[in-house]
Design a protein around this ligand. Structure first.
Ligand code: NDP
Length: 280
């Protein structure tokens, strides 16, 4: 068996074209405020990519740059101002923040209706309740969209999510539960992970351990979504050993070109949805 590759790159392109058309047809003016504090190299690249993708579909971005020594108070004041600003529909606080800053408190301060990252406790609560109005974090939302667009049956399936972070693992587990999967959420303390993985029909790997998941971990015909991205000597690796696993899985996502491009597309979609909710 050679797995069919789910191209996040191609799907993301279609989604972005669709968003662009919607924005043009509705004469919408969505605007995303991006807060970048400090000089984390990866964050600077992510922010640049997000701004470029936003501009391509017609979403305006405004970047608020701060040095490493920015205070909690300064960021709180900016968030308060952006919450009030009716021309701003989404607020993105790029993580990680410089040491000493309380990111949880800042994320909570963002108006949940402008929380396009879906990290606000209110949106997390809505997702937990299975509420359709929840803003869902871009990466797990992208994972679900890939499964749906590929018409992969989820009901009653054994799904394994490896990772329990607030931004990927936990919301991915919630989304799969909502689809009536039987979900196992694994983490660094999980015992016998390989055996658990061998029973899974759907595997979502989000643990940041390059090539950890091997061919003999995967049930024949399972669907494998690789969220992991780890750079080793300049090259990007997923959590799944793609070359091996593609021979046993039925569907697999590549790294790069899988979940990554979907994450950006979902952020843009969340921003446009926020705009329309604010302009009913
Ligand atoms: P975190 O570091 O916050 O979480 C990693 C999770 O994996 C934790 O729950 C941790 O367990 C678990 N874990 C670590 N090692 C193991 C192991 N050996 N076995 C089982 N579980 C393990 O990472 P994120 O959730 O933020 O990101 C996960 C991966 O996804 C990273 O590679 C990241 O770069 C990538 N990513 C990719 C995105 C994309 O757009 N493609 C977007 C966001 C993330 P514990 O809780 O016990 O510590």
């Amino acid at each position: 068996m050679t797995a069919e590759i789910i191209s996040g790159k191609e799907l993301a392109l279609k989604i972005r074209e669709n968003l662009k058309r919607k924005i043009e047809e509705s004469s919408a003016h969505p605007k995303l405020a991006v807060i970048l504090a400090g000089h984390d190299g990866a964050s600077e690249i992510y922010v640049k990519n997000k701004q470029k993708a936003a501009a391509e579909v017609g979403i305006e971005t405004e970047l608020f740059l701060f040095e490493d020594d920015v205070s909690q108070n300064e960021l709180e004041n900016l968030i308060d101002r952006l919450n009030q600003d009716k021309t701003v529909n989404g607020i993105l606080l790029q993580l990680p923040l410089p040491e000493g800053l309380d990111s949880a408190a800042l994320l909570k301060r963002i108006d949940y209706q402008k929380d396009v990252d879906g990290f606000h406790p209110y949106n997390i609560g809505l997702l937990q309740n299975g509420d359709e109005t929840a803003v869902v974090a871009a990466t797990p939302k992208g994972v679900l969209r890939m499964l749906k667009e590929t018409n992969i049956p989820l009901e009653g399936k054994n799904a394994l999510v490896i990772g329990r972070s607030v931004i990927v693992g936990k919301p991915a587990s919630m989304l799969l539960l909502k689809e009536n999967c039987t979900v196992t959420t694994a983490h660094s303390h999980t015992q016998n992970l390989k055996e658990i993985c061998q029973r899974a029909d759907v595997v979502v790997a989000a643990c940041g351990q390059p090539k950890m998941i091997k061919k003999d971990w995967i049930k024949k015909g399972a669907v494998v979504i690789d969220v992991g991205t780890t750079r080793v000597d300049g090259k990007l690796y997923g959590d799944v050993d793609f070359d091996e696993v593609k021979d046993v899985a039925s569907y697999i996502t590549p790294v790069p070109g899988g979940v990554g491009p979907m994450t950006i597309a979902m952020l843009l979609e969340n921003t446009l949805e926020a705009y329309f909710k604010q302009h009913p």
